[in-house]
Design a protein around this ligand. Structure first.
Ligand code: HEM
Length: 148
């Protein structure tokens, strides 16, 4: 049960970050200012309201599952999680809220693009850390083992 919760929450979190990241690059390159503003608003609502509980549930279920586990892979996963959470709370959320506010009043100045750059960098960092946690989780479940 806990394992299913962990898998679902982890998949939702990774999917959210990947979607926000690729959609941001896509609208910045090909979209209008209206489509940028719409995306910024969707990232805050419902985006963050799906992402934040997903990350919290992934961490909580992961640490609960880890109680009965030891080894290098689980230790590495434990070490990465605080960076994922801090990056989300201190960088991604404030950036998303600020960008949504500016886009809603059509302010697309240097500050907007600087914050946008920081958000993309933080998003890429979390995507890499989450991807590493996903690979280690799948390894722990023996999903990368070759059949004998
Ligand atoms: C965003 C971060 C994380 C992601 C994306 C993630 C992803 C995954 C995935 C895909 C699996 C394999 C599930 C399966 O095949 O059934 C897994 C398993 C596991 N994860 Fe995570 N995980 C994350 C964070 C954590 C944390 C912080 C811990 C705590 C140490 C943790 C502990 C575990 C454990 C113990 C398993 C094995 C579960 C079992 O054997 O049933 N995970 N994780």
């Amino acid at each position: 049960m806990l394992s299913i919760l962990h898998r679902v929450a982890a998949s939702a979190a990774v999917l959210c970050i990947a979607t926000f990241f690729s959609a941001t690059i896509f609208v910045e390159l090909f979209g209008t200012t209206e489509s940028i503003a719409t995306l910024k608003s969707l990232i805050v609502w419902p985006g963050l309201f799906i992402l934040v509980p997903s990350i919290a549930l992934t961490g909580a279920s992961g640490f609960a599952l880890a109680k009965s586990r030891s080894g290098k892979l689980v230790q590495q996963k434990k070490k990465r999680m605080p960076f994922i959470a801090i990056n989300g709370i201190l960088v991604l959320i404030p950036c998303a809220v600020l960008l949504d506010h500016w886009a809603s009043v059509s302010v697309f100045d240097t500050d907007f693009y600087m914050v946008q750059g920081v958000e993309l960098l933080a998003g890429a960092t979390n995507l890499i850390l989450m991807g590493m946690n996903m690979i280690d989780g799948l390894r722990m479940r023996g999903r990368f083992r070759r059949p004998a």
